[in-house]
Design a binder for this molecule. Structure first.
Ligand code: AMP
Ligand code: FES
Ligand code: ZN
Length: 314
């Protein structure tokens, strides 16, 4: 197997691209895919301050590395979700990466700073841990970015993640979610821009990127996510991809290029009508935002964690 670019011995075969690459050309390929996504979807303008949400996993650490390599000013944000040893270890990987490359990492620890953890929050409000976790992440990413003056939040969602989410949204023809599924969500009053620069690279490519560059990341998946629908959709798409390489990318990019705008009218919330949460100041359709309501209920639960540093973000 020869590298498509330089003809040296290849280390990885990417069937979707009908190409193999040597180490250096593979790293170059990953950078180019991210550069192209940023350009095509107008994600980050030169000089913008980017906050990368880093989970300690391969995608977000690779993303942070690539953005710095491409010359962007990008700091990190790690949320300690209080999911047992999984959270302790993922935080260690995020911190070790920041230390190794001398980067700024902001941290918010849900149990210590906000008085509850994800398993407890989910129990209290009787929702799935992933639902409560998603709500908390969206809120805290936005709040931390606004507080610290970042223009953009970047997450490590990759092609496999986005195709799996699209698959679920399409199975249900959920037009509201389909309207919101795009690699860039523009800033509106009170919300910073959100971008997914890894939309053109797959999970396997990001794992290989970390391995060839010696970036250590947490291998374990979140224990709360085991058996969720999203993972089942990924498995289905992987078996399809096995039989027809490129099917996953075609599914996602044909939607983004040709079908997404047909759902635009289904985006329900009129951002101009939003009020400000009376507790945290975030935009919300009601008086108190969904996150502050969750926090209030979880902290009122009998076995909640005492708050030491309410709402702090370093
Ligand atoms: P997930 O929802 O776990 O698939 O993660 C999607 C993206 O959200 C990751 O690539 C990160 O950018 C971000 N993320 C997930 N967990 C955390 C965390 N604990 N702290 C900061 N960012 C996170
Ligand atoms: Fe959020 Fe697992 S990372 S529930
Ligand atoms: Zn609030």
């Amino acid at each position: 197997m020869r590298c498509r670019r330089c003809k040296a011995d290849a280390i990885i075969d990417l069937r979707r691209h009908n190409a193999a690459f040597c180490r250096d050309c593979f790293v170059h390929h990953c950078h180019e895919q991210v550069r192209r996504a940023i350009h095509d979807y107008e994600m980050i303008e030169p000089g913008a301050r980017v906050l990368v949400a880093v989970s300690g996993g391969k995608d977000s650490l690779a993303l942070w590395h690539i953005l710095r390599e491409l010359g962007y000013e990008a700091d990190g944000l790690y949320l300690g979700l209080g999911i047992g040893t999984y959270s302790d270890e993922s935080g260690d990987f995020a911190r070790a990466f920041a230390q190794r490359f001398d980067l700024t990492l902001h941290e918010i620890d849900l149990p210590a700073d906000l008085g509850f953890d994800i398993p407890e929050g989910a129990r209290t409000v009787r929702r799935s841990p992933c639902g409560v976790c998603g709500l908390s992440k969206r809120h805290l990413f936005n709040q931390a970015a606004s507080t610290h003056g970042y223009d953009i939040v970047a997450t490590g969602h990759n092609l496999d993640d986005e195709a799996a989410v699209l698959f679920g949204n399409t199975l249900r023809w959920d037009d509201e979610y389909l309207a919101r599924q795009f690699p860039v969500l523009p800033a509106t009053d009170g919300f910073v821009r959100k971008v997914k620069p890894l939309v053109r690279v797959g999970e396997r490519e990001m794992a290989a990127y970390c391995v060839v560059l010696g970036i250590d990341y947490i291998l374990e998946e979140c224990p709360m996510a085991v058996g969720n629908r999203h993972l089942a959709y990924k498995e289905l798409l992987n078996s399809l991809e096995e039989r027809s390489p490129g099917a996953k990318a075609a599914f996602l990019f044909n939607f983004l290029d040709r079908a997404h705008e047909r759902f635009a009218d289904a985006a329900v919330v009129d951002k101009d009508d939003l009020l400000r949460c009376t507790i945290c100041g975030s935009p919300t359709p009601g008086e108190v935002c969904a996150f502050c309501r969750l926090q209030a209920r979880a902290c009122a639960a009998p076995d909640s964690v005492p708050v030491t540093l309410r709402g702090a973000a370093s």
